[in-house]
Design a protein around this ligand. Structure first.
Ligand SMILES: NC(=O)c1ccc[n+]([C@@H]2O[C@H](COP(=O)([O-])OP(=O)(O)OC[C@H]3O[C@@H](n4cnc5c(N)ncnc54)[C@H](OP(=O)(O)O)[C@@H]3O)[C@@H](O)[C@H]2O)c1
Length: 270
């Protein structure tokens, strides 16, 4: 973005805030598809001021469509592994309270990449851990002041049911599960570090949500084999799980930082 474009975005942002003093602000990472895109839609519908980040704004067509539809959505570029980019975005929004920092963007290795013991691609594993653990903490630390300055003061961390060590029953998806288990510990300890500032760090497992209309798809044969198996096994959470998570996040208090939450309000073992 040029300086003038940057200034225009911030001006629009300030106007949006002043015209709706009650509006809370959320920043969601990884917003171009899946859960992230659904979060943007649902937060925007609820009237929040939404900062939707994606690694690739230029090709994030569905996100751009939402941004055109909702004047309360601003799209920003962010790769959580690019520390300079995180620094620049945190600086750009310095002084802007962010009620909810939704750490959604991650490498979902159930969808992409190699992920089997015996065939470990260590370069890939490193990338998964860097994205799903290290980048998450970096964003949380760089946006701490924005969150601490808000009313809601919440960092919502999207983990996974597969991150529960207690629930391991097979060798499936080790890199993904390790990344989420590591994320859980890092955010659990970060929550202890920042609770004195009133900042709530909550770990939530969203489940596999029907964000791409798997269950309602007109022609199920167009789904991948895996998705067809998931649909047959009734393994997708309903689309309204995103709204349920927004409600869950809104109701969190500092008493909840020791809990591994599931999207439906139940508790998972760590
Ligand atoms: N769907 C599931 O089955 C499931 C189950 C449990 C937990 N989760 C968790 O829920 C979250 C969303 O999952 P999803 O199903 O929506 O996954 P998804 O469709 O694969 O989308 C994940 C998004 O993460 C973003 N991302 C990837 N690398 C990134 C990076 N380096 N920096 C910033 N963003 C990055 C990408 O967004 P951009 O392209 O916009 O940058 C990508 O679209 C993830 O944390 C995932 O682990 C998902």
């Amino acid at each position: 973005m040029t300086f003038l474009q940057n200034a225009a975005v911030l001006f629009m942002f300030a106007i949006g805030l002043s015209s709706n003093a009650e509006a809370r602000t959320v920043l969601v990472t990884g917003s171009s598809q899946g859960h992230g895109l659904a979060f943007i839609n649902d937060y925007a519908e609820r009237g929040w001021t939404v900062i939707a980040t994606t690694r690739t704004p230029a090709t994030a067509d569905r996100l751009q469509t939402l941004a055109n539809k909702f004047s309360n959505v601003v799209v920003e570029e962010l790769d959580v592994t690019d520390f300079a980019e995180v620094d620049a975005l945190a600086e750009k929004y310095a002084g802007t309270p962010i009620d909810v920092l939704n750490l959604n963007g991650a490498i979902n290795t159930f969808r992409v990449g190699r992920n089997t013991h015996g065939e470990t691609d260590y370069t890939w594993l490193e990338q998964v851990l860097r994205t799903n653990i290290i980048g998450q903490l970096y964003v949380a630390e760089k946006f701490l002041e924005h969150v601490a300055a808000s009313d809601q003061k919440t960092i919502a961390v999207m983990s996974a049911v597969g991150g529960s060590i207690t629930n391991v029953r097979s060798s499936m998806a080790p890199s993904y599960r390790a990344s989420k288990a590591g994320l859980n510990m890092l955010m659990r300890t970060y929550g202890e570090a920042v609770k004195e500032r009133g900042v709530i760090v909550a770990v939530i497992a969203p489940g596999t949500i029907d964000t791409e209309n798997y269950m309602a798809v007109e022609d199920p044969s167009t789904l991948s084999e895996r998705d067809q198996r998931m649909v047959a096994a009734n393994a997708y959470a309903p689309r309204h799980a995103i709204g349920a998570m927004i409600d869950l996040i809104d109701g969190l208090t500092l008493d909840d930082i020791g809990t591994f939450h599931k999207w439906d309000g139940t508790t998972l073992p760590w």
